[in-house]
Every structure is written in C-alpha cells, then in structure tokens.
Design a protein around this ligand. Structure first.
Ligand code: GDP
Length: 299
C-alpha cells in the first residue's frame, strides 16, 4: 500500500481538521490562530512546538500579504515541513566494512519488529546481516527476534535469558567480523525506570562497539511509539541524555490520527527520523522523507 493509504488516519483525522479551520472563514483573525493552536496541541505536537509553528505561520502570512483564510493552509504546510529534518535520514551504511546499528528504546514501542523490518530490507538489498539479541532480559524478546531473523534471512547471535548483554554484543560483533557481515544490528533492553542502570548498560555496550570499530561511526537509533505523544518525546529526551543517538524510528503511525510527535522530535532533539513504521508487516517500514510524508498527510 502507498504511504498515503497507510497514513489515512492521520490525513483524515488531524490534517483534514486542520484544513477545515481555514474553510468558510471570511477573515484571518486571532480566533483562527487559537483554533489552530488547540488542534496542534491535541495532535501531540506539544505546546512548545505548537507556539513556534503558529508564530512562524502568522509571520509568513503577514509577509506574503495573505488576506484570504483559505490561502493559509498551504503556508501552514510549508511551515510544518520546515521542522522535519531532511539531512541524514538515510542509514549510514558503507560498502567494504562492517556497519553497526545499535537499536534502543522502551519495551513495547516496536523495537523487535523494527529490527526485523530493517534486517529484511537489508538482506533484500543483498547485504549480509547479523542480529544480536542484546535484550537478554525477556525470553520472549529473544524468541521473537529469532523469528524475525529467520524471516529476513539474517543470522542471529543469542545467549540465554539473563545473560550479560555485553557478552552478547561482543559475540555478535565477532560473528559479524568472522562472517564478513555488511551490517550488524544490535537489540538492547529498554528498561527506563532506572536511568542510571540504563546509562551504565548502554555505556558498556557502546564501549564494546567502539573497541571493535575504532574511529568508525555507527548508528544508534531510538525507536519511539508514535501513538504515545509527549511520552515518546520524554523518552527521546532521556535516551538522548544517556547515550549518543544518531536518529529515530517512529512506529505505529498507521494507528494514529495524531502523529504530531514527528514534528516536535526532530526540532527538539535535532536528530533525523530515519524510518517510520506504518504497520506490522515486513514491508511496513518506510524510509522517512519529509516531502513525501507531508504530501501523504496534507494533500
Ligand atoms: P518491543 O517490545 O519494543 O520489541 O515491541 P514489538 O516489536 O514486540 O512490538 C509491539 C507490538 O507493536 C507488536 O504487536 C507489533 O506488531 C506492533 N507494531 C510494531 N510496529 C508497528 C507499526 O508500525 N504499526 C503497527 N500497527 N503495529 C506495530
């Protein structure tokens, strides 16, 4: 299905409501902007971001000398698009080296599914992929990841439940090297309740990766559930504090009429969105392109 079809809830929910604000109105007034503000906040964009967008919009409308409310919607579209980072949305994968993707995030956000989808996408491109089951906390997580690895035609390195995640990471990198893998994807446990623990664990994992890769860069991607609104944004802030992120995956955008978090996350954390999840199937991970996304929900 096209992105447009996958995002039908967003388009018919929030964005058609947005459009309606400007319809059948004779003048551009404070009330119009207030209505807009309310809708943007409801869509999980967050207060800070909403105020920025509305302020920008007012300025643009004034600068362009627009008097007809119906002409404001396309301006809003431009203003919102500006807040989606377009640089660096591709995965940093280079030939003739072992590329590493570390995947972090809270339980339930769609981390395992996302790893499976990324692995499938890469193997389809002919790349050799090794997955490391670094979330040793949950037996189910290891099993589920195994299923995905099988489906994707990727190898998996796993230890038993409760094993040291650092040891899994070490063995995964070793296997990746031995097998001349193009990409190694590493899952991690996502227990947020103890920030210090999380920080220590991620630091340990990062050190193991750095020791192996030397100065070579690697991806460190946070998976966020797009239906959890400001909660997702808070998770992003915490993870961004405890580890160096290179980007985000925002999942479950097929299941929400909101999805405003996409606009606040890039702007507030200054990292690109690499992929969006638009369903449970293997093909439901889409590369994030700001223009394409805007078109799918606005037009
Ligand atoms: P984890 O605990 O973070 O590893 O989460 P899982 O990968 O197990 O996913 C949790 C649930 O969310 C599963 O039922 C997935 O099928 C579902 N899920 C993951 N990504 C998406 C998505 O983009 N859209 C929808 N609709 N469901 C998703």
């Amino acid at each position: 299905a096209s992105l447009r079809e996958k995002l039908i809830r967003s388009r018919e929910g929030l964005f058609s409501k947005l459009k309606n604000i400007f319809k059948g109105r004779s003048i551009i007034d404070d009330e119009m902007y207030e209505e807009l503000e309310e809708l943007l906040v409801q869509s999980d964009i967050g207060m800070e971001m909403t105020l920025k967008i509305v302020k920008d919009l007012e300025e643009e409308v004034r600068n362009r000398g627009i008097k007809n409310p119906e002409e404001v919607f396309p301006v809003l579209r431009d203003v919102m698009e500006k807040y989606l980072i377009e640089e660096g949305t591709d995965l940093d994968i280079e030939p003739n080296r072992m590329n590493v993707i570390l995947v972090v995030g809270v339980n339930g956000v769609g981390k395992t599914t996302t790893i499976g989808k990324i692995a499938a996408k890469l193997t389809k491109e002919g790349k050799k992929v090794v997955i490391g089951a670094g979330d040793t906390f949950r037996a189910a997580a290891i099993e589920q990841l195994e299923e995905w690895a099988k489906r994707a035609g990727a190898e998996i390195v796993k230890h038993s439940q409760g094993a040291d995640p650092g040891a899994v990471v070490f063995d995964t990198l070793k296997a990746g090297e031995d097998k001349k893998a193009d990409v190694v994807i590493i899952d991690t446990a996502g227990r947020l309740h103890n920030k210090n623990n999380l920080m220590q664990e991620l630091e340990k994992i990062n050190n193991i990766i750095k020791k192996k890769l030397g100065s070579q860069d690697y991806e460190s991607i946070l998976v966020i559930d797009g239906t959890t609104g400001q909660n997702g944004l808070n998770q992003a802030k915490v993870f961004n504090e405890v580890t160096k992120l290179t980007g985000f995956v925002v999942t479950k955008l097929d299941g929400t009429a909101k999805g405003g978090i996409l606009f606040s996350i890039s702007e507030q954390i200054k990292k690109p969105i690499k992929f969006i999840g638009v369903g449970e199937g293997v093909d439901d991970l889409r590369e994030f392109k700001a223009k394409e996304y805007i078109q799918a929900i606005f037009d």
